[in-house]
Design a protein around this ligand. Structure first.
Ligand SMILES: Nc1ncnc2c1ncn2[C@@H]1O[C@H](COP(=O)(O)OP(=O)(O)O)[C@@H](O)[C@H]1O
Ligand SMILES: Cc1ncc(C[n+]2csc(CCOP(=O)(O)OP(=O)(O)O)c2C)c(N)n1
Ligand SMILES: [Mg+2]
Ligand SMILES: [Mg+2]
Ligand SMILES: [Mg+2]
Length: 288
């Protein structure tokens, strides 16, 4: 069983539309509030050699990336820390604060507990005008598909390409880009935490159309042989670029690096170079 299967179970207990986007969407006066919460663990998310500052940074970055994917402006972050050793706390909190500051967000609260395995849960809030909200649903045939930067760099670092360690350990949430893209009128958006292929299948699940990618157009990690780089770009996790669709005349968007990688098609399939794309990537799994 993997997390997507268990999401279907959650969708029988709370409204399944609640699971369709990277964030929950909550009315907030004339605006909408978006809210994301994400859990990270030492063994699955913090590679050996990572500093405490980087641990705090990453925990905030992953949740602000979800806020950005809705077209929202980042606002507040709360960080719950299940702490294995007290001497780690200061570094973690400073990393979290610095990531908030870099994105224009504020660290306003959290929780603290003793825990055998270092476990961080970050909650991010943002706001957006209803007309600028972007959801995963909304892609239309004829739209282009684009991403905000190179894919596969985090996974490249995990398989030994040390030049990409900074991208793995200090992911940059695309908060500025998300807000600009929301105002520019992109039709659907999400962040790519689990790899491009899985993300395209997540979009497929909530849209009435399909997605066709030209692998020759993927922005690849530098310094990696091309075949391996393409594999990392399609299936590697931990990148945190934004994936979006938009009517072709929306691009280019000033202030946003956008790489067009394909187009939205009427058929409900995900294709790479005209062939069905494998549905695999970074998934939490339960054995037994
Ligand atoms: N245990 C849960 N209970 C309720 N909603 C959940 C739960 N886990 C995930 N979700 C919701 O499902 C959606 C997708 O979550 P997830 O796959 O973690 O997205 P992301 O990769 O963007 O963090 C989000 O809207 C999230 O709030
Ligand atoms: C050991 C290890 N593998 C991979 C990564 C890269 N990475 C960071 S977060 C993440 C996936 C996103 O985490 P998840 O808990 O799935 O969050 P969500 O998709 O809900 O945002 C990955 C693959 C990592 N940091 N450490
Ligand atoms: Mg996401
Ligand atoms: Mg999540
Ligand atoms: Mg994930």
């Amino acid at each position: 069983m993997d997390e997507r299967g268990l999401h279907r179970l959650i969708g029988t207990i709370i409204a399944p539309e609640r699971l369709e986007d990277d964030c929950a969407i909550i009315p907030c006066g004339d605006l909408l509030m978006v809210a994301s919460t994400d859990m990270l663990h030492e063994t699955t998310d913090f590679p050996a050699g990572m500093t405490d500052w980087q641990v705090g940074w990453m925990a905030v970055a992953v949740t602000l990336s979800d806020v950005a994917s809705m077209g929202a402006a980042p606002g507040q972050v709360l960080l719950a820390v299940g702490l294995d050793r007290p001497e780690r706390l200061a570094g973690i909190m400073v990393g979290a604060r610095d990531c908030c500051a870099a994105a224009g967000a504020e660290l306003v609260g959290g929780d603290l507990d003793a825990h055998r395995e270092l476990t961080l849960v970050s909650t991010g809030l943002g706001t957006v005008a209803p007309e600028h909200l972007v959801r995963r649903r909304g892609a239309r045939p004829g739209d282009v598909i684009a991403v905000t930067g190179p894919l596969g760099e985090a996974q490249a670092a995990l398989v030994g390409y040390d030049r990409h360690r900074k991208e793995l350990l200090e992911p940059q949430p695309r908060t500025k880009e998300g807000e600009i893209l929301g105002r520019a009128g992109v039709s659907a958006m999400m962040d790519i935490s689990d790899g491009l292929a899985l993300s395209l299948y997540d979009l497929l699940a909530v849209n009435d159309c399909g997605f066709s990618v030209d692998t020759g157009r993927l922005p690849l990690p530098a310094g990696v042989p091309e075949d391996e780089a393409r594999e990392l770009a399609l299936y590697g996790g931990g990148d945190f670029e934004l994936l979006f669709s938009a009517p072709p005349d929306v691009l280019p968007v000033p202030g946003v690096e956008a790489h067009v990688i394909g187009e939205v098609i009427p058929e409900r399939v995900v294709l790479a170079d005209g062939e069905p794309l494998e549905r695999r990537g970074y998934l939490h799994e339960w054995t037994g």
